[in-house]
Each structure stands twice: as structure tokens, then as C-alpha cells.
Design a protein around this ligand. Structure first.
Ligand code: URA
Length: 234
């Protein structure tokens, strides 16, 4: 990647600010000052701006264990935002791959790879999203309606792909769409109420038990395609 583009992207400044930094000698590649804006940089290069290490990135895939109380938005007026949990020079690049509500916890993928995000969230691709649910009222036979399909609004018909009842008040549910408040609205439809919701799986990938709330892991393109979809990255 050309150096002026790399600094603008990795240091999160405009292209003209990036060129100024390079020309005034603030940028080092592998410990050497480089003042050539068209110098080529590669992923293995050690890049620094004003003595601060800058990470080279291209496609990024983050798995976050989202805590309750954070919103999947860039708008801080609405409260704490998930991007603050990923406090790196690439967090500005990321979009969420299927939002979770403020009070929902669990597996959230973030990426700057639009095609990958589309592959995961498009209902046509039929990728599983599994949730652990605690309910307010005891589970009864109405729950079976969810597997037959329910209208959660006049024109939104959704089905549960799978339900595993764990005890009188808790279960796991697998869906493949990601409509607004979908799981909560599905249970409302069968006269129940979600008290606690956590996404525990997307595709073939289970939220790792070792990943604490608020912690995240970074994967590369090959890894994420294998882990979530069990296919080679295109
Ligand atoms: N369904 C919901 O109702 N909320 C979420 O956060 C995710 C799925």
C-alpha cells in the first residue's frame, strides 16, 4: 500500500494530513525516516508516526463478547458504544455484523469487510444465530408455535430453526434472520417475555467460554471464514 494511503488509513487522518506528516519526517518504516509519500509499505513492516507504533491492517474481523449497557451505534448521545471497547487505530473502520440490543450480551462480529458482513446477515444465506434466553413466565406448549412460524408484525413472518429447552424458564433458540428485536418479539408473540438474552453462536462458531464480557479477539480473513462458515475465504 502507498505510504500516504497507509498513514491516512492506519493513523486515521485525511490524505493531506498524512502527506504533511510524511514530508515533515514524522513517519518511520522499520526505524528509518521515510519522506517519500509513494513509498510502498507491506503488512510485515514496522510503521510508526511520532514514535508511536501503527498497526498495518487490511481486512479486520473482531469477535467481541458484548456486555449489556453498550449500544451497537456510533452515536454516543444514546449511551456507551461498543466501539469504545475496541480501543485501537482500526476501530473507526469497523461495522457491526448484526446488531445486538443494548441489554443483550454475547457474540458480536465486527469487520470492515462488507461482503463478509453481507454473507452473515443476509437471510438468504441462512446462517444460524443461536441465543440463550431466560424468560419471565414458565415455558408452555405455545413455544411450539415458534417452530411453525409467527408474525412479529403485519409483514414479518419468522421461524425458529431450532429450540432446545433447558429448564422451565430458559432455552436456546436458533434463527437465521436478524430483524429488529426479533427474539424478544417472537417470545412476546407466544405471551412470554425475554428477561435475559445472550448470543452464543453464529454459523459454526460458539462464543468462546474463555472470552470475558468486554473482551475481543482478532482473526484474519482465512481464520474467520473457516471458523464461522467452514469454507475457504473467497
Ligand atoms: N433479538 C433481540 O430481540 N435482540 C437482540 O439483541 C438480538 C436478537
Amino acid at each position: 500500500m502507498r505510504l500516504d494511503k497507509a498513514i491516512s488509513k492506519f493513523y486515521n487522518v485525511s490524505r493531506s494530513q498524512s502527506r504533511k506528516l510524511i514530508l515533515k519526517g514524522s513517519v518511520k518504516i522499520n526505524e528509518k525516516n521515510i519522506r517519500d509519500i509513494s513509498f510502498e509499505v507491506y503488512p510485515k513492516d514496522f510503521i510508526s508516526v511520532n514514535q508511536k507504533k501503527i498497526e498495518y491492517f487490511d481486512y479486520i474481523y473482531i469477535i467481541l463478547n458484548k456486555p449489556a449497557g453498550y449500544i451497537c451505534s456510533r452515536n454516543r448521545n444514546e449511551g456507551k458504544i461498543i466501539f469504545d471497547l475496541i480501543n485501537t487505530n482500526f476501530s473507526n473502520e469497523l461495522s457491526t455484523c448484526g446488531r445486538l440490543d443494548k441489554d443483550t450480551e454475547g457474540l458480536l462480529i465486527l469487520s470492515n469487510d462488507g461482503d463478509f458482513i453481507h454473507n452473515i446477515i443476509s437471510p438468504k444465506k441462512d446462517i444460524d444465530k443461536e441465543y440463550f434466553v431466560k424468560l419471565k413466565y414458565r415455558i408452555d406448549s405455545d413455544i411450539n408455535n415458534l417452530a411453525q412460524g409467527v408474525f412479529i408484525s403485519d409483514d414479518e413472518f419468522v421461524t425458529a430453526k431450532r429450540i432446545d429447552i433447558l429448564d422451565e424458564f430458559s432455552l436456546k433458540i436458533t434463527i437465521s434472520e436478524g430483524k429488529y428485536h426479533q427474539v424478544k418479539r417472537m417470545f412476546k408473540n407466544v405471551n412470554n417475555e425475554v428477561l435475559y438474552l445472550k448470543r452464543i453462536r453464529i454459523g459454526y462458531y460458539d462464543l468462546p467460554a474463555s472470552l470475558k464480557l468486554g473482551e475481543w479477539i482478532k482473526y484474519d480473513r482465512e481464520q474467520i471464514y473457516q471458523k464461522i462458515l467452514k469454507i475457504d475465504a473467497p
